[in-house]
Design a protein around this ligand. Structure first.
Ligand code: FES
Length: 269
């Protein structure tokens, strides 16, 4: 089968001639998605390898370095809440045990798949805009069949969210001043709440709670949780974008305080 006999040019399809008849700015959402994702990827990559300014005021740990398990975390006493056992190497991020899973969680997320399939691969870029690819095998073959690991990576993402929650809670304790509340605490707290919204609104989470149940009436607790998660799930794409923003904002705040560019305002203590 040649390229001309497949897709929109296959026999039996209407002979439109034009690439698309859409006259609106259909290219705007995929272009904005491309720019947004690229900005995040570049920022996160630079920060993950910077190995500096990741712990501020002896209590604020940026989520990009959590859990901090490299021997290099010793440069910031108190930043390693779960021990240090990875070698300190410029090419090994300090949070090398969590970052690959978080990356996999986002890469295989059902929403992000739609976003980057449309924006980077133009498959298709928008409704009624034919994709440039001649063949389509979906997610039935290697490598895209690996997208199915999402349901398993979800469990690891839950563990990382618990660790981020722990970081946000222990940040209320200053090693010498005791219980304190600063703007940084609020930043970490908002970030972790939104991370939970993103993680719990995951389609896999919804399936874990309510999937494969033949009778909801026989599982009232799971049904109740499933309805809550279903409500969150309708906003999953929104949480996907908001959490990219809050992750960057939280990391940037820690960076600015740790580097002495700004001072953390103490509200209590
Ligand atoms: Fe997006 Fe699971 S579907 S995180």
């Amino acid at each position: 089968m040649t390229a001309a006999t497949r897709g929109v040019e296959a026999p039996g399809r209407a002979e439109v001639g034009a690439r698309t008849l859409r006259t609106d700015r259909w290219w705007l959402p995929p272009a904005a998605t491309t720019v947004g994702l690229l900005i995040f990827v570049v920022y996160a990559t630079v920060r993950a390898f910077q190995q500096q300014y990741f712990f501020a005021d002896e209590r604020y740990l940026t989520p990009f370095y959590s859990p901090c398990v490299s021997l290099g975390c010793a440069s910031e006493p108190g930043s390693a809440h779960f021990g240090m056992f990875l070698p300190d190497h410029p090419l090994l991020p300090y949070a090398a045990i969590s970052l690959p899973f978080l990356l996999a969680f986002r890469l295989t997320c059902y929403y992000y798949r739609k976003a980057y399939y449309r924006s980077f691969w133009l498959a298709p870029a928008a409704c009624a805009v034919p994709e440039p690819h001649a063949t389509y095998t979906g997610e039935t073959r290697f490598p895209l069949i690996l997208q199915n690991v999402h349901r398993y990576v979800f469990y690891i993402a839950v563990i990382v969210s618990v660790i981020n929650t722990y970081d946000a809670i222990v940040a209320f304790r200053h090693p010498t001043d005791g219980f304190v509340v600063g703007i940084g605490n609020l930043v970490l707290l908002v970030n972790v709440v939104l991370l939970w919204c993103y993680t719990l609104s995951c389609h896999s989470c919804r399936h874990v709670m309510g999937g494969r149940l033949a009778h909801f009436s026989k599982h009232p607790v799971r049904y109740r949780i499933w309805t809550w998660i279903s409500a969150l799930n309708t906003r999953h794409a929104t949480f996907a974008w908001i959490t990219l923003g809050t992750l960057v904002a939280t990391d940037l705040y820690v960076l600015l305080v740790a580097s002495g560019t700004i001072t953390d305002l103490r509200l209590v203590g």
